[in-house]
Design a protein around this ligand. Structure first.
Ligand SMILES: NC(=O)C1=CN([C@@H]2O[C@H](COP(=O)(O)OP(=O)(O)OC[C@H]3O[C@@H](n4cnc5c(N)ncnc54)[C@H](OP(=O)(O)O)[C@@H]3O)[C@@H](O)[C@H]2O)C=CC1
Ligand SMILES: O=C(O)[C@@H]1CCC=N1
Length: 269
């Protein structure tokens, strides 16, 4: 039987997922989208050949409903959606913070719910998506969700108690790397390099470092030590990073992101 999947609230993350599923071979006719604005619905239809529907129509037609609205919009979406969702639909939330229990309290008893935190590298099929089952989700539901998110990168099952931490690490993670590239490019300007050259040098260094981290199997400390020559240049930079508390700042930053994910759990703030 053909499985129909609906992405409800197809913004940045919803579109990244949808486009990846199509690249991975899903048939556009089996994919439904909902949007808040008509022009956005038309844009998605033109771009991918997917079918725009209303939220209640999605609940009726699709086997799997993937909810990718902002956490603050989830309450309104559920108020509209919940009366139309038969208990055999799989409901997948892609929203930060909101717990599977939040959905289970508002949907028909027994409705399977799965919580996923992906990230924007889904756009280039390099996402990291962490997946947790709610009370009624089965092994088949988890496998189906892995198949969907596997279209845009890696997946990992985690206990739901770790979702807020994962949101801080990998959900928001790409932003920290973009921020670092931005700051290091500014340093290049300070050192007299043209911006475009500084950008290229930093981006290629980031790609090289990320590839080594993924492929070498070496610990990051070992990889960094290999760059850090005695009485050389790198150790002078490392000393400044330590003097400015960059490691402590990163730890505090991710803790703040984790705390914000927890605070979003009510879904309406
Ligand atoms: N951005 C990121 O890096 C990541 C985001 N997430 C999570 O993904 C979710 C989406 O984030 P993101 O894609 O950035 O946000 P976007 O604002 O780009 O996407 C959400 C979309 O939902 C639409 N929408 C809101 N309410 C409704 C509704 N009732 N019916 C139909 N459509 C609706 C919005 O419409 P309109 O355009 O009119 O506002 C918008 O297009 C969030 O919950 C976030 O926590 C997870 C991982 C990473
Ligand atoms: O900033 C946010 O809330 C979303 C969730 C993870 C990444 N972006």
């Amino acid at each position: 039987m053909t499985q129909k999947v609906a992405v409800l609230g197809t913004g940045k993350i919803g579109e990244a997922l949808l486009s990846g599923m199509i690249r991975a071979g899903w048939t556009p006719a089996d994919l439904l989208v909902t949007t808040r604005r008509q022009e956005r619905a038309e844009e998605l239809h033109t771009r991918y050949g997917v079918t725009p529907v209303t939220n209640p129509e999605a609940a009726k037609i699709a086997d799997t409903l993937i909810l990718t609205v902002k956490p603050q919009d989830m309450g309104t979406l559920l108020d509209e959606l919940a009366p139309h969702v038969p208990a055999d639909r799989l409901v997948v939330s892609g929203a930060a913070g909101i717990t599977t229990a939040y959905f289970e309290e508002r949907l028909a008893p027994g409705t399977p719910v799965i919580r996923v935190m992906t990230n924007t590298p889904a756009l280039v099929d390099e996402a990291m998506s962490v997946i947790s089952a709610g009370t009624h989700a089965t092994a088949d539901h988890l496998a189906h969700t892995e198949e969907i998110f596997g279209a845009v990168g890696k997946t990992l099952r985690v206990p739901e108690s770790q979702q807020d931490a994962c949101t801080a690490l990998s959900g928001s993670g790409p932003a920290y790397f973009f921020y670092l590239v931005e700051a290091m490019t500014d340093a290049g300007i300070l050192l007299g390099l043209p911006r475009d050259k500084a950008h290229d040098l930093i981006v290629q260094s980031a790609i090289g470092a990320a590839t080594m981290l993924r492929d070498s199997g070496e610990h990051p400390v070992k990889l960094r030590e290999n760059v850090t020559s005695p009485a050389g240049t790198t150790i002078n930079a490392i000393r400044e990073l330590e003097n400015h508390g960059v490691r402590a700042a990163l730890i505090a930053a991710l803790e703040a992101a984790r705390d914000r994910s927890r605070a979003l759990a009510s879904g309406n703030n």
